[in-house]
Each structure stands twice: as C-alpha cells, then as structure tokens.
Design a protein around this ligand. Structure first.
Ligand code: ADP
Ligand code: ZN
Ligand code: ZN
Length: 817
C-alpha cells in the first residue's frame, strides 16, 4: 500500500503538492504538522500537512519527504479552515496565508539564516553531538546559512537538528534588528518585608518619632497605597511627601524601604497585584447591557462611543465575563495603536493572562505566544495584537474586539494575502461560534450601514467619561488670514494665541499635519524645476535635519542642492510643509518651548514611538507635532489644544473615501483634546471653511456625513452597494504595462461591461522603476462574487499564456480600500 500527503508549501502557487510517505509515517502524521520536503532542483521547504491519503498523483511522481519536523500539529483545524477562507476570498494561495501567519522560525528553508540565541544560557552537556557542532560553529561565525550547516554536519537533512536547537533556545532564525532604544527603568519603592506585621510596623513608626521627615515619607506611602494598588514610584513619593530623594535613600539604606525597578515600557507583566475592573458609569453600563442582550441573538455588535467615552472599560467587562467561561479572547488593534498605554492598562486588570502579538517583536517572542495560544494556556488567554494575530492557532475563541474598526490600516496591502482584518475577524468569530465587537468613535461607513440594515447590533455611548464636553471646534480661514497678513509661517494668529494660552495654563498642545500630499518639495523660482526621484514619478522631499532630499517611495536621496539642477539659478524655494518644518517654525516662534515630533521618520524601531509618547506623557515635551499616528487611541491627560495645520490636503485626495476619512481623522485627532477635566479646544486651519465635511465635523454630526456619503456611494456605485476588486499590473517597461493592461481590461469588459474602470495610471505612475496601471472592477450585490473571481482567474491564466505578458506582475486586491 502506498501512502501520500498533500502539503501546503509557503509559495504563491494555488494548489497543494503531493509527497509520498511510508506507512509508519502515515500512522504518525496529522494535519497541521510540518514536514521538510524537497522542491524543484535543490530547494528544501518547510511544508504543512493538509491531508493524508492513498491516491497517487496522476501527472507527476510523488517525491519522498525529507523528514517530519513536529510531534504534534502546530496549527488547529479551525485555523486551517479560516486560512482557507482567507485564501479563497482574497484570491491568494493557501501557501501565502501560511507564510504570513507563522513566525519565521517555523519556516526553516534553504535560504534561512540562523544565529545564536541572544542572551541564551546554553548547557552544553545537554546537546547531542550534531547540535554541539552547530553551537560551536556559531561561536566563531555569528551567522550561518543552511547550506553551511549541511556541510558542517556532512548531511543534507538538517532542518530537524535546527528545529531542536530552536526549541532548546540555542539558536534563532536571524532577523535584522534595528532597534536600539533601551527602555527606561523607573524606580519604585515598597515597605521592606521586615515590617509586614502590624506589630513591627508600629515599632517602626515609634522609632521614627524623632526622624520627622522619614516618618512623613512612610505615612505618605501608606496613604498612597490605601488609594491605589499601583506600584509607587520614588518620584511620586517624594513629590507627595515633599521630602527630598535623600530622605528616601536613607530609608532604603536603613532597610525600611525596599527599592525595585520596572521597565517603563516593558510588555512582559511582572507586577503581582491585579486591579479590579472599574465601576462602569450609567452610560457605559447601558452600552454593556445592550451588547449583552444583542449577543443573545446576534454575533456582531458595533460599539459607537465618542472619543474618551470609556469604550475600553466596556471591553474589559466583556473580556472579564468571557475568560471566566474559560474561552480565549482576541483584542485587535491597528499596529500603531498598540501602545504600552493600553497594554499596561489591560495587564493591570488581567495580569499575565494578557499576551501581546506584534510584528515588531522578536521571532522568539512570537513563537512563545503562538505556542501558548496553541496549547490554550492561561498565559495567552487574552491576545492583544495587530492584524496578523488573527492568524494564531485559537481553538476556543469566545470574543473578538476590533478596536478602532474604521482604521484602514487593518487592510493588509503587501504581500498577499491582502485581507481586511476586521472582515476576516468576523468570519473567524463565526467559525468559533464566538461574538465580535467593532468599536469606534467614527465608524466606518460600511459598518454603520450594516447596523442600519440590522446586520449588526448597535450600542452607543454619546458622552465622554466624567461628562467632559466634546472639544469645541473652530474653523480658521487661512486664505483670509493670508490676505490680512495674519499668518506667521504656517500659523494663523488664532492658532498661535490659543497655543500661548494653553501653554500658560501649563497644558499641552498637539499639532497635526496630514502625511499625504504635503511633504516639502524644492522648487526653482526661476524655471519651476523641482528635483525628481530617478526611480519613481515623484518629487524628492526636503529633510531639514539631514540636509537631504529624499524619495518617500524608494528612499533614494541626494544632498540638498544650492543651485537649480535645470537652470543653475540660486533661487530655490520650499513648497508644501511637513511636520519637520512645523517643528522648526515652532522653535523659532516659541524658542523656550520643548517640541517633539512623531512621524514615520522619528518612530522607526520597536520603541521609536513609545519613547516620544512617554516623554510627552511625562510632560518633558509641551507641544507634540505629528501625522496620522497621533490619532490612534492615545490617552494624554494634559492636552487641551489640538491644532490641525491644514485640513484641505485630506479633503482633496482623489479617492471615494476621502471625505469619510477626513471626517474620521479630524474627529479622532480632535478627540485627543480635553479628555479629563475641562473642555478642550480644536483649531482647524483651512482654505475652505465652508466645505461640507468641515461643517459636519465641526459640530460632530456623524449622521449627516454618513447620509451624504451613502447617497454618493449609491449614485456612483461604490461600497457598500458595490464590491471592488482592484487589479494592478506592474512592469519596468511603460509600453508593456500599457498594452497588457488594455488587453486585461478589454477581457474583463467582455464579461462585466461598464463595471470595469480603467486601465488608468495612478497619481504616482512609477515606483521603484516599475510602472503601474490599475483596473477597477465594480461588482453589484446581486452578482456572484465566486463566479466573478473565477472569471478573473481565467483571464489571468490566458493573460500569462501570452509570452510578452508573462513577466508582468499582477496584483489582485479584493475589497480594495
Ligand atoms: P475611549 O476608548 O472611548 O476613547 P477610554 O476607555 O480610553 O475611552 O477612557 C477614557 C478615560 O476615562 C480613561 O483615562 C479611562 O481610564 C477613564 N475611564 C473610563 N471609564 C471609566 C470608569 N468607569 N471609571 C473610571 N475611569 C474611567
Ligand atoms: Zn531653475
Ligand atoms: Zn523613489
């Protein structure tokens, strides 16, 4: 009897591949285990077992597997079902889903590079001979390729040795690590354990009768710990007891106090106290009840609560309920909103039940979370993570929370699978018979439409926590201000007045500049030339600090020019403005004020933006200038003014979602102001103060925006009335892209007629030396999506059979946003 397995290879080919196995292997293997298999002439891949059967492939002879890598499956059956849904819905291969789902350590293959496990403590006596050889080799050479390991061991099959070494934490899969920031250590104190008993404590206080200051410190420590269970920092203690740090030091030296350190932004939980969740206020309570009731009959509920209404606390209650039933919970956030602020908050309630899954974490950390989820360990009962945590091996998922559900960054763009995490989460919850909450202060138009159609339930919170009023919004007409000469640089007199007043009150300011469109470019005043990227169709943007001009698409850069490259004129001018320029203008306008900046340039690396957030939180910075990143769920207590430097660049973006997004963005940034005590203020600078969207956002009229948008979308055939599939063709030759795109569009038109738009060049038609052309397919609700995709795939197959077109890259983006 012959035995076979069908496996998933981590490559973009649609089908599964069949390999032959022995009977014993067939007995042992299960779906979801990994095997090393040969592929092509010399490659070795890690593949995932899909099915075990006895049917030989018809057209090729099945090769044998090299070896089995697991003793138990690393993925669950439900997970595989979900992956299959993603692959089919988003027109990707199962292999692509596999590749993007698992930590790279699970995908050993011929190209993998390995290195020593950092801070690994290796017990050499526990290593087998072959393991030791590799360990030793890594003492001399920090990186090894799989091929080199093959020659060290004198054999071809090395993946299983490597897997053992990874499990033993001797080696790791090499990744470029670019993060250098060392998290800040904060000093905390507690009473020394010597004084744990009442009696000893009394004796201590008596003995301090003459040391007044020290006694005061101890009493303050008691009074703080009576009201909070949080660790008490030395900073807080000295501030409240008005003692110097020398007094605290003396108490530590006398072993009355004990000091300890916690990394301020450490993700791993190491406290021991778990706080009780907060008492919900009546509005939160009502929303919570609505959700509970809705969940009796429905699976999806939208929680529409204004910024700072306390949505997180409502989630906490729901999580609490759910984990008591023993089920798993997934808390999804846009990558960049995954801040320590939120993680710490959840850890205070749920302690080490909270696991964080994030692409900026090391492979090792990700493997650990993966395994804890797989084994349904209490340590990962609550997973908080970005998009990809959706692909973890859950087996018993009871609740998914999609926070900031309106965020477009939930859509994966490159590489495939191009899935939308919100939508894929809804499917995942259904597969587990679980529930799902979508939370937002500015719901996505489609989600709200689903509420109106009774597809989703709705819970609302219309007031901020503590009844703080929504910030007051003022639109400032900068055309007028320019005319009346009331602008200093990019600041109107109104904005400057408000900034100064806010700073005088000891409060902080956030200034927002949209990332899109307004990067500073250099233009010649004589001939109008502006330096272009040689690889992309964009102007280079000016970076003041490095005195460079850079391309944002391919990072090509040149030194800043003194003369126009075209005509030699010295009269160069900057047009447009970015966050750097605002920061620079502020430094000139308000030289005594500390300004921080948060954008893609300042926040690379794991801790990049954490660093800026914490110095703003600790008020080392008074004004924070930033882009989109500022909108994401940050909870700063002392910010009372938000300035939007220029609202127009968002509104004018050529995209059917531009208005919706502008509304959301402005509302979200505005939501950072006045969260705790008094009403905040928002200044919006614009050339079009009478623009519909600005009028709507200034009074927070979401319903009006929604109705307008829905009418437009109905009229112009966009979601939620039509689905969109975008097909992009890429090639380095302009003509070839042009011709082939015309061919593709024509074939689509044969089937779909006027619902095919394009082909068209996007605003930036060439990136990294590749020309791009888009075709947009609109799919009416009554048209079968499955059949539509079949037609696209058939056209794609014929397209690729034309030899001149074979080298064209085709990207299919389902539900493009
Ligand atoms: P949202 O996510 O809706 O913007 P948050 O959940 O961040 O709002 O809450 C805003 C602030 O109000 C937070 O600082 C939070 O600690 C506080 N808060 C919310 N609900 C409560 C509550 N029930 N009791 C005490 N504080 C609360
Ligand atoms: Zn010139
Ligand atoms: Zn470029």
């Amino acid at each position: 009897m012959a035995y076979f397995i069908d496996v998933i290879l981590p490559i973009p080919l649609q089908r599964l591949f069949t390999y032959s196995i022995t009977e014993a292997e067939a007995q042992f293997l299960q779906q979801g285990m990994r095997v090393a298999v040969p592929f092509g002439k010399s490659k070795v891949y890690t593949a995932l077992v899909h099915t075990i059967h006895q049917t030989a492939p018809e057209v090729y002879e099945a090769k044998e597997i090299q070896q089995i890598l697991d003793e138990t499956p690393i993925i669950t059956p439900q997970q595989l079902k979900h992956w299959e849904w993603i692959a089919s819905y988003y027109m990707a291969s199962l292999g692509e889903v596999f590749r993007s789902a698992v930590p790279s350590a699970f995908l050993l293959e011929s190209e993998t590079i390995i290195s020593k496990f950092e801070d690994g403590n290796v017990d050499e006596s526990k290593l087998k001979d072959d393991e030791f050889l590799i360990f030793e080799a890594l003492q001399h050479q920090s990186l090894l390729k799989i091929q080199e390991i093959s020659s060290i061991l004198g054999k071809k099959n090395v993946l299983s040795v490597l897997k053992r070494l990874i499990d033993k934490e001797v080696i790791q899969v090499y990744e470029e690590i670019y993060e250098q920031y060392k998290p800040k250590l904060v000093r905390y104190v507690k009473l020394h354990t010597n004084y744990a008993s009442e009696e000893n404590l009394q004796r201590l206080l008596d003995s301090l009768n003459r040391a007044k200051k020290q006694r005061e410190v101890i009493l303050t420590l008691f009074s703080i710990s009576a009201t909070t269970k949080r660790p008490i920092s030395v900073k807080e203690l000295t501030k409240q007891s008005k003692a110097s740090s020398a007094v605290v030091r003396a108490l530590i030296e006398k072993e009355i106090l004990e000091e300890y350190f916690i990394q301020k932004d450490r993700i791993e939980y190491n406290g021991d106290e778990v706080e009780a969740s907060k008492q919900l206020n009546p509005y939160q309570e009502a929303a919570y009840k609505t959700i509970e009731t809705a969940f009796k009959t429905q699976d999806v509920c939208l929680l529409y609560g204004v910024t700072s209404s306390g949505k997180t606390e409502v989630y906490v209650k729901l999580i609490e309920e759910m984990i008591n039933t023993g089920k798993q919970v997934l808390y999804l956030l846009p990558e960049i909103a995954l801040t320590t602020q939120l993680i710490t908050r959840l850890q205070q309630y749920f302690g080490e039940k909270v696991a964080v899954y994030h692409s900026k974490y090391s492979v090792h950390e990700r493997v650990e979370v993966w395994n804890n989820v797989l084994n349904n360990k209490p340590k990962a009962q609550i997973v908080i993570g970005a998009r990809s945590s959706l692909l973890l091996p859950f087996s018993n998922l009871g609740l998914i929370i999609v926070d900031e559900e309106h965020e477009t960054s939930f859509k994966q763009f490159d590489p495939a699978p191009r899935y939308h995490a919100r939508d894929a989460a809804i499917v995942l919850a259904k597969m587990h018979q679980g529930k799902i909450i979508l939370g937002s202060a500015t719901p996505n138009v489609e989600s709200y439409y689903n509420v109106k159609n009774q597809k989703y339930a709705l819970a609302t919170i219309t007031r901020r926590y503590g009844d703080v009023l929504m910030p007051e919004m003022e639109l400032v007409d900068i055309k007028e201000k320019h005319r009346k000469k009331r602008m200093k640089g990019h600041f109107s007199d109104r904005l400057l007045e408000e900034i100064e007043e806010t700073l005088e009150n000891g409060e902080q300011v956030i200034l927002f500049q949209n990332r899109r469109g307004y990067a500073p470019i250099i233009e010649c005043n004589t001939c109008g030339h502006s330096p272009q990227c040689p690889n992309c169709d964009v102007s280079l943007t000016y970076h003041h600090y490095k005195n460079q001009m850079r391309c944002h698409y391919c990072s090509h850069h040149i030194a800043m020019q003194q003369q126009c490259l075209a005509c030699g004129s010295h009269e160069l001018d900057t047009k447009g403005f970015g966050t750097q320029q605002i920061e620079q203008e502020l430094n000139e306008l308000l030289p005594d004020i500390k300004v921080g900046r948060m954008d893609l340039d300042t926040t690379r690396g794991k801790y990049g933006h954490q660093k800026i957030i914490s110095s703003f939180e600790q008020q080392e910075i008074q004004i924070l200038v930033g882009t989109q990143m500022l909108t994401k769920g940050l909870d700063f207590r002392n910010v009372n003014l938000v300035g939007i430097m220029n609202a127009d660049s968002m509104l004018n973006f050529p995209d059917f979602r531009a208005h919706e997004r502008s509304f959301q963005l402005i509302q979200q940034v505005a939501g950072r102001a006045g969260r705790t005590k008094k009403r905040g203020k928002v200044i919006v600078q614009t050339y079009n103060p009478y623009h519909q969207i600005l009028q709507q956002v200034s009074v927070g009229n979401y319903e009006a925006m929604f109705t307008d948008q829905l009418n437009d979308r109905r009229q112009f055939h966009y979601p939620p009335f039509y689905r969109l599939i975008k097909i992009t063709l890429k090639h380095k030759e302009y003509n070839r892209v042009n011709e082939s795109a015309a061919w593709f569009a024509k074939s689509l038109r044969n089937s779909f007629g006027e619902n095919v738009l394009g082909p068209e060049f996007p605003p930036i038609a060439r990136i990294r030396n590749l020309y791009l052309k888009h075709i947009l397919l609109k799919i009416p609700k009554q048209q079968s999506l499955a059949k539509t995709k079949d037609v696209i795939l058939r056209i794609k197959t014929s397209f690729l059979s034309i030899s001149e077109y074979r080298s064209i890259r085709i990207i299919i983006d389902v539900d493009t946003i």
